[in-house]
Design a protein around this ligand. Structure first.
Ligand code: MN
Length: 289
Protein backbone atom coordinates (compact mmCIF):
# COMPACT_ATOMS: atom_id res chain seq x y z
CA UNK A 1 0.00 0.00 0.00
CA UNK A 2 1.45 3.35 -1.04
CA UNK A 3 1.51 5.99 1.71
CA UNK A 4 2.44 9.32 0.20
CA UNK A 5 2.95 13.00 0.76
CA UNK A 6 2.01 16.08 -1.23
CA UNK A 7 5.09 17.88 -2.57
CA UNK A 8 4.08 21.23 -1.11
CA UNK A 9 4.95 19.88 2.35
CA UNK A 10 8.57 20.09 1.19
CA UNK A 11 8.91 22.74 -1.51
CA UNK A 12 6.95 25.25 -3.57
CA UNK A 13 9.35 24.99 -6.48
CA UNK A 14 9.77 21.81 -8.57
CA UNK A 15 13.02 22.57 -10.34
CA UNK A 16 15.73 19.92 -9.91
CA UNK A 17 16.76 21.14 -6.46
CA UNK A 18 13.16 21.32 -5.28
CA UNK A 19 12.35 17.90 -6.72
CA UNK A 20 15.42 16.40 -5.02
CA UNK A 21 14.32 17.92 -1.73
CA UNK A 22 10.75 16.61 -2.08
CA UNK A 23 11.90 13.09 -2.95
CA UNK A 24 14.61 12.71 -0.32
CA UNK A 25 12.52 14.29 2.45
CA UNK A 26 9.51 12.11 1.60
CA UNK A 27 11.65 8.98 1.79
CA UNK A 28 13.28 10.14 5.01
CA UNK A 29 9.85 10.69 6.60
CA UNK A 30 8.90 7.11 5.68
CA UNK A 31 6.64 7.74 2.70
CA UNK A 32 6.65 5.50 -0.39
CA UNK A 33 4.87 7.93 -2.74
CA UNK A 34 5.40 11.57 -3.68
CA UNK A 35 2.48 13.54 -5.12
CA UNK A 36 3.60 16.40 -7.31
CA UNK A 37 1.45 19.43 -8.17
CA UNK A 38 1.26 19.75 -11.98
CA UNK A 39 -0.65 23.02 -12.29
CA UNK A 40 1.58 24.19 -15.15
CA UNK A 41 2.57 21.00 -17.01
CA UNK A 42 3.94 23.02 -19.96
CA UNK A 43 6.73 24.45 -17.82
CA UNK A 44 7.43 21.27 -15.79
CA UNK A 45 11.03 20.09 -16.22
CA UNK A 46 10.47 16.38 -16.81
CA UNK A 47 14.14 15.68 -17.56
CA UNK A 48 15.15 17.13 -14.19
CA UNK A 49 12.46 15.08 -12.44
CA UNK A 50 13.69 11.91 -14.16
CA UNK A 51 17.28 12.59 -13.08
CA UNK A 52 16.10 13.13 -9.53
CA UNK A 53 14.06 9.90 -9.52
CA UNK A 54 17.00 7.96 -10.94
CA UNK A 55 19.04 9.09 -7.90
CA UNK A 56 16.26 8.39 -5.38
CA UNK A 57 13.44 6.15 -6.64
CA UNK A 58 9.97 6.71 -5.20
CA UNK A 59 6.48 6.15 -6.63
CA UNK A 60 4.97 9.30 -8.15
CA UNK A 61 1.43 10.62 -8.47
CA UNK A 62 0.37 14.00 -9.78
CA UNK A 63 -2.54 16.29 -9.07
CA UNK A 64 -3.79 19.48 -10.59
CA UNK A 65 -6.73 21.84 -10.50
CA UNK A 66 -7.77 23.61 -13.68
CA UNK A 67 -7.34 27.38 -14.01
CA UNK A 68 -9.88 29.81 -15.50
CA UNK A 69 -8.34 29.50 -18.98
CA UNK A 70 -8.33 25.66 -18.91
CA UNK A 71 -11.70 24.97 -17.26
CA UNK A 72 -13.15 21.99 -19.15
CA UNK A 73 -16.54 22.68 -17.54
CA UNK A 74 -16.63 26.04 -19.32
CA UNK A 75 -19.12 26.78 -22.11
CA UNK A 76 -16.29 28.30 -24.20
CA UNK A 77 -14.94 25.66 -26.62
CA UNK A 78 -11.47 27.28 -26.73
CA UNK A 79 -11.15 27.12 -22.94
CA UNK A 80 -12.36 23.51 -22.93
CA UNK A 81 -9.82 22.58 -25.63
CA UNK A 82 -7.02 24.27 -23.65
CA UNK A 83 -8.04 22.23 -20.61
CA UNK A 84 -7.94 18.99 -22.58
CA UNK A 85 -4.46 19.88 -23.86
CA UNK A 86 -3.29 20.51 -20.29
CA UNK A 87 -4.62 17.13 -19.13
CA UNK A 88 -2.93 15.36 -22.04
CA UNK A 89 0.38 17.12 -21.39
CA UNK A 90 0.16 16.05 -17.75
CA UNK A 91 -0.48 12.45 -18.85
CA UNK A 92 2.63 12.51 -21.03
CA UNK A 93 4.71 13.72 -18.08
CA UNK A 94 3.28 11.05 -15.80
CA UNK A 95 3.97 8.39 -18.39
CA UNK A 96 7.61 9.55 -18.65
CA UNK A 97 7.91 9.37 -14.85
CA UNK A 98 6.38 5.89 -14.72
CA UNK A 99 3.46 7.14 -12.62
CA UNK A 100 0.15 5.30 -12.34
CA UNK A 101 -1.99 7.98 -10.65
CA UNK A 102 -3.45 11.22 -12.00
CA UNK A 103 -5.80 12.95 -9.57
CA UNK A 104 -7.33 16.20 -8.37
CA UNK A 105 -9.79 18.74 -9.71
CA UNK A 106 -9.25 17.74 -13.32
CA UNK A 107 -12.90 18.25 -14.26
CA UNK A 108 -13.37 21.98 -13.49
CA UNK A 109 -11.60 25.09 -12.33
CA UNK A 110 -10.22 24.91 -8.78
CA UNK A 111 -11.91 28.11 -7.61
CA UNK A 112 -15.00 29.55 -5.99
CA UNK A 113 -17.67 29.83 -8.69
CA UNK A 114 -20.35 32.51 -8.42
CA UNK A 115 -23.07 30.39 -10.11
CA UNK A 116 -24.09 26.71 -10.33
CA UNK A 117 -22.59 24.47 -13.02
CA UNK A 118 -24.50 24.56 -16.30
CA UNK A 119 -25.74 21.49 -18.19
CA UNK A 120 -23.53 22.35 -21.18
CA UNK A 121 -20.49 22.91 -18.96
CA UNK A 122 -21.01 19.58 -17.21
CA UNK A 123 -21.38 17.85 -20.57
CA UNK A 124 -18.17 19.46 -21.87
CA UNK A 125 -16.35 18.25 -18.77
CA UNK A 126 -17.68 14.69 -19.22
CA UNK A 127 -16.79 14.59 -22.93
CA UNK A 128 -13.19 15.67 -22.32
CA UNK A 129 -12.65 13.36 -19.37
CA UNK A 130 -13.96 10.36 -21.27
CA UNK A 131 -11.23 10.87 -23.89
CA UNK A 132 -8.58 11.61 -21.24
CA UNK A 133 -9.60 8.48 -19.30
CA UNK A 134 -9.14 6.36 -22.42
CA UNK A 135 -5.72 7.81 -23.14
CA UNK A 136 -4.67 7.47 -19.50
CA UNK A 137 -5.74 3.83 -19.52
CA UNK A 138 -3.57 3.13 -22.55
CA UNK A 139 -0.62 4.58 -20.61
CA UNK A 140 -1.37 2.51 -17.49
CA UNK A 141 -2.49 5.57 -15.52
CA UNK A 142 -5.60 5.53 -13.33
CA UNK A 143 -7.61 8.76 -12.99
CA UNK A 144 -9.13 9.97 -9.71
CA UNK A 145 -11.58 12.87 -9.57
CA UNK A 146 -11.20 14.71 -6.28
CA UNK A 147 -14.35 15.62 -4.37
CA UNK A 148 -13.71 19.12 -3.04
CA UNK A 149 -15.79 21.61 -1.07
CA UNK A 150 -18.19 24.21 -2.46
CA UNK A 151 -15.58 26.98 -2.42
CA UNK A 152 -13.32 25.07 -4.82
CA UNK A 153 -15.72 23.76 -7.50
CA UNK A 154 -19.43 23.86 -8.41
CA UNK A 155 -19.62 20.53 -10.27
CA UNK A 156 -19.77 18.15 -7.30
CA UNK A 157 -19.01 18.51 -3.59
CA UNK A 158 -20.02 15.13 -2.12
CA UNK A 159 -19.15 11.51 -2.87
CA UNK A 160 -22.76 10.86 -3.88
CA UNK A 161 -22.62 13.67 -6.46
CA UNK A 162 -19.26 12.40 -7.71
CA UNK A 163 -20.70 8.91 -8.21
CA UNK A 164 -23.54 10.40 -10.27
CA UNK A 165 -20.94 12.20 -12.41
CA UNK A 166 -18.98 8.94 -12.81
CA UNK A 167 -22.18 7.12 -13.81
CA UNK A 168 -22.66 9.68 -16.60
CA UNK A 169 -18.99 9.40 -17.55
CA UNK A 170 -19.23 5.65 -17.86
CA UNK A 171 -15.50 4.90 -18.02
CA UNK A 172 -13.93 2.23 -15.79
CA UNK A 173 -10.54 3.99 -15.65
CA UNK A 174 -11.91 6.87 -13.56
CA UNK A 175 -12.60 6.62 -9.84
CA UNK A 176 -13.43 8.86 -6.91
CA UNK A 177 -10.63 10.67 -5.10
CA UNK A 178 -11.76 11.37 -1.53
CA UNK A 179 -10.14 13.98 0.72
CA UNK A 180 -10.88 14.01 4.46
CA UNK A 181 -10.46 17.81 4.66
CA UNK A 182 -13.23 18.37 2.11
CA UNK A 183 -15.38 15.52 3.48
CA UNK A 184 -15.25 17.16 6.91
CA UNK A 185 -16.85 20.27 5.37
CA UNK A 186 -19.47 18.74 3.06
CA UNK A 187 -20.31 15.15 4.08
CA UNK A 188 -22.64 14.03 6.88
CA UNK A 189 -19.98 11.74 8.33
CA UNK A 190 -16.69 10.06 7.38
CA UNK A 191 -18.01 6.50 6.99
CA UNK A 192 -21.10 6.57 4.75
CA UNK A 193 -19.40 8.17 1.72
CA UNK A 194 -16.58 5.61 1.79
CA UNK A 195 -19.06 2.72 1.92
CA UNK A 196 -21.13 4.32 -0.85
CA UNK A 197 -18.07 4.57 -3.13
CA UNK A 198 -16.70 1.11 -2.29
CA UNK A 199 -14.28 -0.12 -4.94
CA UNK A 200 -14.82 3.03 -6.99
CA UNK A 201 -12.38 4.93 -4.74
CA UNK A 202 -9.12 5.27 -6.65
CA UNK A 203 -7.17 7.71 -4.46
CA UNK A 204 -7.31 9.22 -0.97
CA UNK A 205 -6.06 12.49 0.51
CA UNK A 206 -5.59 12.69 4.26
CA UNK A 207 -5.89 16.25 5.53
CA UNK A 208 -6.87 17.72 8.89
CA UNK A 209 -9.79 20.17 9.25
CA UNK A 210 -7.35 23.14 9.08
CA UNK A 211 -4.83 21.30 6.89
CA UNK A 212 -2.20 21.30 9.65
CA UNK A 213 -0.90 18.48 11.90
CA UNK A 214 -3.03 15.32 11.77
CA UNK A 215 -4.80 14.80 15.08
CA UNK A 216 -4.88 18.51 15.97
CA UNK A 217 -8.25 19.25 14.32
CA UNK A 218 -11.81 17.93 14.12
CA UNK A 219 -11.64 15.20 11.41
CA UNK A 220 -12.92 11.75 12.50
CA UNK A 221 -9.94 9.77 11.24
CA UNK A 222 -10.87 6.69 13.31
CA UNK A 223 -14.18 6.38 11.46
CA UNK A 224 -12.60 7.09 8.09
CA UNK A 225 -9.86 4.45 8.39
CA UNK A 226 -12.35 1.86 9.66
CA UNK A 227 -14.50 2.56 6.62
CA UNK A 228 -11.51 2.18 4.28
CA UNK A 229 -10.81 -1.18 5.91
CA UNK A 230 -14.45 -2.27 5.54
CA UNK A 231 -14.32 -1.74 1.76
CA UNK A 232 -10.87 -3.37 1.54
CA UNK A 233 -9.20 -0.27 0.10
CA UNK A 234 -5.58 -0.90 -0.94
CA UNK A 235 -4.94 2.12 -3.18
CA UNK A 236 -2.70 5.12 -2.50
CA UNK A 237 -3.19 7.33 0.56
CA UNK A 238 -1.45 10.71 0.42
CA UNK A 239 -1.01 13.29 3.18
CA UNK A 240 -1.85 16.89 2.32
CA UNK A 241 -0.90 19.88 4.43
CA UNK A 242 -0.29 23.49 3.59
CA UNK A 243 1.33 26.33 5.48
CA UNK A 244 2.54 29.79 4.53
CA UNK A 245 5.98 28.43 5.49
CA UNK A 246 6.13 26.74 2.03
CA UNK A 247 4.65 28.72 -0.83
CA UNK A 248 3.78 27.94 -4.42
CA UNK A 249 2.58 31.06 -6.25
CA UNK A 250 -0.37 29.32 -7.96
CA UNK A 251 -1.49 26.65 -5.54
CA UNK A 252 -1.12 28.66 -2.33
CA UNK A 253 -3.55 31.27 -3.65
CA UNK A 254 -6.05 28.75 -5.05
CA UNK A 255 -6.14 26.91 -1.73
CA UNK A 256 -6.26 30.10 0.38
CA UNK A 257 -3.14 29.26 2.37
CA UNK A 258 -2.97 32.49 4.36
CA UNK A 259 -1.54 31.41 7.69
CA UNK A 260 1.26 29.44 9.18
CA UNK A 261 0.30 26.05 10.65
CA UNK A 262 3.82 24.64 10.88
CA UNK A 263 7.46 25.51 10.23
CA UNK A 264 9.23 22.15 10.31
CA UNK A 265 8.37 20.07 7.22
CA UNK A 266 10.44 17.09 8.36
CA UNK A 267 8.68 16.89 11.72
CA UNK A 268 5.25 17.37 10.13
CA UNK A 269 5.90 14.67 7.49
CA UNK A 270 7.31 12.09 9.89
CA UNK A 271 4.36 12.68 12.22
CA UNK A 272 1.83 12.27 9.37
CA UNK A 273 3.48 9.09 8.08
CA UNK A 274 3.39 7.55 11.58
CA UNK A 275 -0.19 8.79 12.14
CA UNK A 276 -1.54 7.24 8.91
CA UNK A 277 0.33 3.95 9.34
CA UNK A 278 -0.75 3.81 12.98
CA UNK A 279 -4.43 4.16 12.06
CA UNK A 280 -4.14 1.47 9.37
CA UNK A 281 -2.37 -0.89 11.78
CA UNK A 282 -4.91 -0.31 14.56
CA UNK A 283 -7.80 -1.09 12.21
CA UNK A 284 -6.04 -4.27 10.99
CA UNK A 285 -6.01 -5.65 14.52
CA UNK A 286 -9.82 -5.46 14.74
CA UNK A 287 -9.78 -8.75 12.81
CA UNK A 288 -8.32 -10.39 15.95
CA UNK A 289 -11.11 -9.25 18.26
MN1 MN B 1 -6.88 17.16 -1.60
Amino acid sequence: MLIGCHGLVWTGNFDETGFDRAVTQSLEAGFTLLEIPLLEPDSFDVAAAKRSLARNPIAISASLGQSADTDISSEDPDVVAAGERKLNTALEILSELGSEYFVGVLYSQLAKYDAPATALGRQNSLDVLRRVAERAGALGIRVGLEVVNRYETNLFNTAKQALAYLDDLGHPNVGVHLDTYHMNIEESDMVGPVLACGNRISYVHIGESHRGYLGSGTVDFDGFFRALSLIGYTGPIAFESFSSAVVNPDLSRSLAVWRNLWNDSADLGAHANAFIRGKIRAVETIALH
